[in-house]
Design a protein around this ligand. Structure first.
Ligand code: GDP
Length: 366
């Protein structure tokens, strides 16, 4: 499942946000590892469609898609050199699909900023430099090994060496590896290294609780982060970690009322999940029936058999066809039978590219 790592300088609001995530979290029983790994929080992906399907099919249970957030605390200057959490920190972040960088955009004289002042762009630079240094270390290790292999005349090693040297040049200027243009072959080679600065990144602008509505357009720090992110092709989510922690204390209806009072349509956490989906090009398809209605996360462009493989490898292997009705058609028709009568339940084959909101039934050989 989708995994997002949370990074940021100390005192920017990471723990506050992360605590809100854990409190708002999906049922712990489903994710036993959460109690073992205190820095992992799993949250349901909010999706009203699942609730509607649940009612239509009168299903026994619903299982939403989920996102895992990993709190990667302790990134301070020098983390790449093994200070602070150092290597353990880096090992953890390597596994994530995306990196969310919390940036302090709230002013509060009671809370010291480790760098002495509020300056989101400087903070972003510090974190980026750390990530580049960590990647440089990874690259150097790999280059050492490659030099030996390349000497024996291995062609692949030469190609890889070439691309790694190009990346190294960029990293040495404290620029992320994603700036480097690569061929498909090179991308595949480099992927193995799990470089941090190749991962899609989004910024979480943490603003004061009384600014949570206006900050989007009025907070000067947020504007700076947005400008920076636009140049990077990254997303910015404006939240107030304080507000999130208050929302997390409330249950469903109360939380909704609280959001309304604040003038917010949705929680920061929901915004964060949506932004992560967008950043990674993810979409959701659903399976539904009397036993369970369930949402599944796939990347854009996934074909029907591979989507089936998310459910079980046997279904992918024995894939025959997918019976698909789009959510909107299904709701307009009122029931699966009615949609079928209208010819809206399509039979799709191996080459079908899954669409967001496909309500799917896979036929397969056992
Ligand atoms: P971390 O070091 O990045 O994990 O930061 P913390 O989550 O521990 O936050 C540092 C301090 O900033 C704590 O005292 C928080 O209560 C405070 N803080 C975090 N978010 C906000 C916010 O949105 N508004 C205000 N006023 N304070 C915040």
């Amino acid at each position: 499942n989708l995994e997002v790592g949370i990074v940021g300088l100390p005192n920017v609001g990471k723990s506050t946000l992360f605590n809100a995530i854990t409190k708002a979290g999906a049922e712990a029983a489903n994710y036993p590892f959460c109690t073992i790994e205190p820095n992992i929080g799993v949250v349901d992906v909010p999706d009203v469609r699942l609730q509607v399907l649940h009612e239509m099919y009168n299903s026994k249970k619903t299982t939403p898609a989920s996102v895992r957030f990993v709190d990667i605390a302790g990134l301070v200057k020098g983390a790449a050199q093994g200070e602070g959490l150092g290597n353990k920190f880096l090992a953890h972040i390597r596994q994530v699909d995306a990196v969310a960088q919390v940036v302090r955009c709230f002013v509060d004289s009671n809370i010291t900023h480790v760098e002495g002042s509020i300056d989101p762009l400087r903070d972003i630079e510090i974190i980026n430099t750390e990530l580049c240094l960590a990647d440089l270390e990874t690259l150097d290790k790999r280059l050492d090994r490659l030099a030996k292999i390349a000497r024996s005349g291995n062609k692949d090693a030469k190609v890889e060496e070439n691309v790694l040297l190009r990346i190294k040049e960029v990293l040495q200027e404290a620029q992320p590896a994603r700036r480097v243009e690569m061929t498909e072959e090179e991308v595949t080679m480099v992927r193995e290294l799990h470089l941090l600065t190749l991962k899609p990144t989004l910024f979480i602008a943490n603003v004061a609780e009384d600014e949570v509505v206006t900050a989007e357009t009025e907070n000067e720090y947020v504007q700076k982060v947005k400008q920076y992110a636009t140049e990077e092709g990254a997303e910015v989510v404006v939240i107030s970690a304080k507000v999130e922690s208050e929302i997390a204390e409330l249950d469903g209806d109360d939380a909704k009322m609280f959001l309304e009072e604040l003038g917010l349509e949705e929680s920061g956490l929901t915004k964060l999940i949506k932004a992560s989906f967008k950043l990674l090009g993810l979409l959701t398809f659903m399976t539904s029936g009397p036993d369970e209605c369930r949402a599944w996360t796939i990347t854009q462009g996934t074909k029907a058999p591979q989507a089936a493989g998310k459910i079980h490898t046997d279904i992918e292997r024995g894939f025959i066809r997918a019976e698909i009705v789009s959510y909107d058609d299904l709701i307009a028709a009122g029931s699966n039978a009615a949609a079928r009568e209208k010819g809206q339940v399509r039979l799709e084959g191996k080459e079908y590219v899954m669409q967001d909101g496909d309500v799917t039934y896979f036929r397969f050989n056992v």
